[in-house]
Design a protein around this ligand. Structure first.
Ligand code: FE
Ligand code: FE
Ligand code: ZN
Length: 279
């Protein structure tokens, strides 16, 4: 099985350019924001770019991409207009994914309960997913594990599965595990990776896990902060992250770096190092 590794890239110059950027740094997948991460309107899809993108992928054998929803979306908001905006954006993004590349992954932050408590938020998030998921959709929607900053929902595996359990088309839903987030959320993936994965399997089921965000953390385990760090420069460290990309239960998943770098060479170095670590 090939090592599917990439990083977050900009699609400002189009999808084909992003795929070429990925290939230039040794990646065979990439993640992108579907639109300005703070929300707003998505750029019109360009059929010429999409055809070019398909050619680049075919030539490079790129079979996996991951879209990321704007992180400001909150389908659990107390404001009806914020919920409505989240709903419209999710529905629009999912429709666009069918045109960009069918059969791929679309990741979202579940939301924030903003004082209503996680239970009420979980109901609202599930209701939003029930409104936007379509039976004929080929895209799998992923809920990202969160650090538990502020009133974020999805810090615990229990909260994630509570959402999935309320979704009718649960076959279209999976989970993206962010190493910085689970660490900040209190799961010790350094000292007890095995125990964390056992817990994930018992609570959610490892069959739901479809992608990994591979990040080091600027903070200790349980800090609830969500500040990503370059690999090996944070509290998680390279060895623990290498153990993750080599773990039998995880090694065939796609991995995405969301580490802070000023240019592509920072990602190229991390990708090369991770490839070298693969046993
Ligand atoms: Fe994210
Ligand atoms: Fe992430
Ligand atoms: Zn994060």
């Amino acid at each position: 099985m090939t090592f599917t590794i990439g990083c977050h890239l900009s699609i400002a110059k189009g999808f084909a350019a992003a795929a070429r950027d990925a290939i230039s740094i040794g990646a065979n997948t990439f993640q992108f924001f579907t639109r300005n991460p703070r929300g707003g309107k998505a750029k019109q899809l360009d059929p010429v770019d999409l055809a070019d993108f398909a050619d680049v992928r075919t030539q490079a054998g790129m079979t996996r991409i991951l879209a990321h929803a704007p992180y400001t979306l909150n389908p659990a908001s107390v404001k009806p207009e914020t919920c409505e905006f989240a709903l419209q954006t999710l529905a629009d993004d999912l429709q666009r994914m069918e045109q960009i590349m069918p059969g791929q992954l679309y990741n979202m932050h579940p939301g924030a309960h903003v004082g209503q408590g996680p239970e009420a938020a979980i109901d609202k998030i599930a209701a939003a997913l029930n409104a936007v998921l379509q039976p004929q959709q080929t895209t799998t929607l992923l809920l990202e594990t969160m650090a538990g900053k502020g009133s974020e929902v999805g810090r615990t595996f229990e909260e994630i599965v509570a959402i999935i359990d309320r979704v009718e088309l649960a076959d279209h839903v999976g989970v993206c595990l962010d190493t910085c987030h689970v660490w900040d959320g209190g799961y010790d993936i350094v000292g007890n990776l095995e125990g964390t994965l056992e817990e994930f399997d018992r609570v959610i089921g490892l069959d739901r896990l479809r992608a990994i965000h591979l990040n080091d953390s600027k903070n200790p385990c349980g800090a609830h902060k969500d500040r990503h760090e370059a690999l090996d420069e944070g509290f998680i460290g390279f060895d623990a992250l290498a153990a993750i990309v080599n773990h039998p239960a995880l090694r065939d998943l796609p991995f995405y770096l969301e580490t802070p770098h000023d240019d592509l060479s920072g990602y190229a170095d991390e990708i090369a190092r991770l490839k070298a670590s693969r046993s």
